[in-house]
Unconditional design. Structure first.
Length: 338
């Protein structure tokens, strides 16, 4: 059996401070291993709430985080983020979000920081306001920060901000997006609050859910200690891919617009300019005409995001150029037949 050496959490703690901007180094005892961020979320929900309790999250959002709420027999409350004139999504913390928390009995709010799929990096002021309203209402914030290393603007970790105002928070993190190692199943939670940490460990430890394999253990040590240079090179390459895609769409496919992109290697594409009447038509066009396998917007928010597509651009430039060419050709063919 493999127990995680203290060195893992010392390395992870240094990384959080040096690379993600934590204002303090979390001590090793605040960390607990988990197989994945989604696994952590499910365990937190089961450990800290009861069947039927209300769990809130902000959509459009990565579908598994929504699905686990329902799978745990909890009540899912969706808060719809709104786009401003630039296309960027905002959370109206002091307005509609605060009103939602006032009218519901929310036990946990799931925060995606930065937010997948919209690529939004939340500002410190927004997170501080969120921490204040959650602290006032006794809402625990579960902050999914698996994409924190992939921010192209200043990232603010939620837990240090939450501690300023006494908001209870659990951070979900992992090296797997950073170094593309999701198949090794390695992540962690960081819980500063003694009561929350006790609840979490009492639920997970009896089932050995905090044990890692030897492969995950060694991977985390090597990645956090020696993986920085590789990641910085990869991040620079992805940033150039983002710039290429944005310029390509503006110049050649104006019916598809890249939503302002601040984080992740997932491009959130607004396809409303293509003129489709339904998600079914758009999805068929992307798959069968453009011959691209993208993630339909309806997977992230059934009600309002059917005209979006999510594109993974963590690929070689030549592959991204080929994708752009296929999309351009498909749009041109459609224009000629309309």
């Amino acid at each position: 059996y493999t127990l995680q050496p203290t060195a893992i959490w010392e390395s992870a703690g240094r990384w959080l401070v040096e690379q993600q901007g934590w204002s303090y180094t979390p001590p090793p005892e605040h960390f607990a291993f988990s197989a994945s961020v989604v696994t952590s979320a499910a365990n937190i929900i089961r450990a800290m709430t009861n069947p039927g309790d209300q769990i809130a999250l902000m959509v459009p959002l990565y579908a598994p985080l929504q699905n686990i709420v329902l799978a745990c027999d909890r009540t899912l409350i969706r808060y719809h983020l709104q786009q401003n004139k630039s296309g960027q999504y905002d959370m109206d913390v002091k307005g509609s979000l605060s009103a939602l928390l006032d009218t519901k009995n929310i036990k946990i709010l799931i925060l995606c920081n930065p937010h997948n799929p919209i690529g939004r990096v939340w500002k410190r002021e927004e997170l501080l306001d969120l921490a204040r309203i959650c602290q006032k209402r006794g809402v625990v914030v579960m902050s999914d920060e698996i994409w924190a290393d992939w921010c192209f603007e200043r990232f603010t970790p939620f837990q240090p901000v939450a501690q300023e105002v006494g908001c209870k928070c659990i951070t979900l993190g992992a090296p797997t997006k950073t170094w593309s190692m999701a198949g090794l199943h390695a992540s962690y939670v960081v819980v500063a609050d003694d009561e929350l940490r006790k609840q979490y460990l009492e639920y997970t430890e009896p089932s050995f859910l905090t044990f890692a394999s030897i492969f995950a253990t060694e991977m985390m040590l090597v990645a956090y200690d020696r993986g920085g240079p590789w990641f910085q090179a990869a991040k620079a390459y992805i940033k150039a891919n983002i710039v290429f895609l944005e310029h390509f769409l503006l110049a050649h496919v104006p019916g598809v617009r890249l939503v302002p992109h601040q984080a992740t290697y997932l491009a959130w594409l607004d396809c409303s300019g293509l003129g489709f009447d339904s998600g079914k038509e758009l999805n068929s066009f992307i798959l069968h005409e453009a011959r691209l396998v993208l993630s339909p917007g309806s997977e992230f928010d059934d009600e309002k995001s059917w005209h979006f597509q999510r594109m993974n651009i963590a690929c070689s430039r030549c592959l991204l150029e080929e994708a752009g060419s296929r999309l351009l050709a498909a749009v041109a063919r459609r224009s000629r037949t309309r």
